[in-house]
Ligand binder design. Structure first.
Ligand SMILES: O=P(O)(O)OC[C@H]1O[C@](O)(CO)[C@@H](O)[C@@H]1O
Length: 436
């Protein structure tokens, strides 16, 4: 299988080649710390060796449950927030057809898949409850702590709905809980109601949990080949094991980010030219935002969808504050063949594109954009994926998690905690009168 490759050509006017190698010692140390559980937050690095030691027995159980749910479900609900839903959402958006939920033909045997518990919109839930009437429903509630307000509130409403509709016993068969091995309100509730449960490993935090049942069960229910995801992650693990920067594109990416940060580039835009990657960007934002944004430090991770956002944010990127750099996710083969046909009247003036695929036009847009940004002092990197499939999803997920863990260590923070997230919760609970 072809690897994901990194092209740093659009960094040349900002970073000299030798600068990368000034980071050899810190990278070696960060690599050692990650792999030997010696760094900050070392009780949450279970994801580092997860692909190598992958629990295939558990994956089989995930696949069996997914098969059972696919057989009796028209509408599958994934209830969770942050790391408890973004990985599955990213995978499903990337790997199922664009119009999966709208088209029976494209969906095949699979259920429609919707998400809930990732915000506090009452209107959303009310409309969702109406949609649920259109078919047989199953739910996967995912919360490691089991106490996060947004999914807990949504689940209380949805559990009521399920019990009223199916009765307690049948509802319990249609609800699967993914949560902590032994503690938390959801674990207690799941045990009491006899829900089938899957475990979020103790040593893996939410945003690093895609390869656990947190991500794998919803993706398997959506018909995605989760074994291929594991294969991709395993290959990424093996190929990104090299501590030497020169041999490891993942570490090169981490180091370049930190060099750029040191030169005043405080915002990273993860840009894609393929809308299948939109939610991968959301997953990336959480991964890097919660991992690095602390102690008054950290690159602000943003994402944009090109070429769409070139028509809204393109102006800012080209001529606004010079604090940005762009990392482009480039898909080599979008596997679509439609070409532009010749039009004899040529009223739209597009005959110069005759015979070209949209992919070819998109590629020129990508190269043209990066060159323009470079001239506008917005450095860029290109990460090329041969194509978008389950294998490369697994590969990419591991690539970015490793890049993030390493980058956090290079920055000197604990990339595995998120103490700042508690601040809004404390205020909200006080305002709502939650008992201590
Ligand atoms: O799985 P849980 O415990 O509901 O947490 C969901 C998300 O909320 C956070 O804890 C932030 O509040 C994230 O780190 C996490 O991914």
């Amino acid at each position: 299988m072809e690897k994901i490759s990194l092209d740093a050509g659009y960094l040349k006017n900002m970073i000299g080649e030798e600068e990368l190698f000034d980071w050899e010692d810190p990278v070696e140390k960060a690599h050692y710390d990650l792999h030997n559980e010696m760094g900050k937050g070392n009780d949450f690095v279970g994801w580092v060796n997860q692909p190598r030691d992958f629990d295939m027995e558990e994956l089989e159980k995930v696949q069996e449950t997914a098969k059972r749910l696919r057989e009796n479900t028209d509408i599958f609900l994934v209830v969770g927030i942050g790391g408890s839903y973004l990985g599955a959402k990213a995978g499903i958006e990337m790997l199922t057809p664009f119009f999966y939920n709208d088209s029976e033909k494209l969906r095949g045997e699979g259920p429609r898949v919707y998400f809930a518990g990732h915000h506090l919109s009452g209107r959303y839930l009310e409309e969702l409850l109406q949609v649920l009437e259109e078919g047989e429903v199953s739910i996967n509630i995912i919360s490691k702590s089991g106490t996060t307000t947004e999914p807990a509130v949504a689940f209380r409403i949805l559990k009521n709905y399920m019990e009223n509709r199916y009765g307690k016993k049948e509802a319990a068969k249609r609800i699967v809980a993914t949560t902590d091995r032994e503690k938390g309100a959801l674990k207690e509730l799941a045990d009491k109601e006899c829900y089938e449960t899957f475990i979020v490993p103790d040593d893996i935090g939410g945003r690093y949990s895609v390869l656990s049942p947190v991500g794998m069960l919803p993706m398997a229910v959506a018909g995605i080949n989760v074994e291929d995801i594991v294969k991709g992650a395993k290959d990424a693990y093996a190929q990104l094991l090299e501590p030497e920067i020169k041999k490891n594109p993942c570490y090169q990416y981490s180091v370049y980010r930190n060099i750029l940060y040191g030169k005043g580039k405080k915002i990273e835009i993860l840009a894609n030219f393929d809308p299948r990657l939109t939610y991968f960007g959301e997953w990336f934002k959480q991964l890097f935002g919660e991992s690095e944004g602390k102690e008054g430090k950290g690159i602000f991770p943003a994402t944009l969808n090109f070429t769409t956002d070139l028509h809204s944010m393109g102006q800012y990127i080209q001529e606004g504050e010079r604090t940005l750099f762009v990392t482009v996710l480039r898909v080599e083969d979008e596997e679509a063949e439609t070409t532009i046909a010749k039009d004899h009247k040529n009223l739209d003036g597009l005959n110069y594109l005759t015979g070209k695929t949209l992919g070819e036009i998109n590629e020129k847009a990508l190269q043209g954009t990066l060159a323009a940004h470079y001239e506008g002092e917005v450095p860029g990197m290109i990460l090329t994926l041969p194509k978008l499939d389950a294998y490369y999803f697994g590969y990419m997920v591991y690539f970015f998690m490793k890049a993030c863990g390493l980058s956090g260590y290079l920055l000197g923070v604990n990339p595995f905690d998120q103490p700042g997230v508690e601040a809004y919760k404390k205020n909200m609970f006080r305002l709502l009168g939650k008992p201590q």
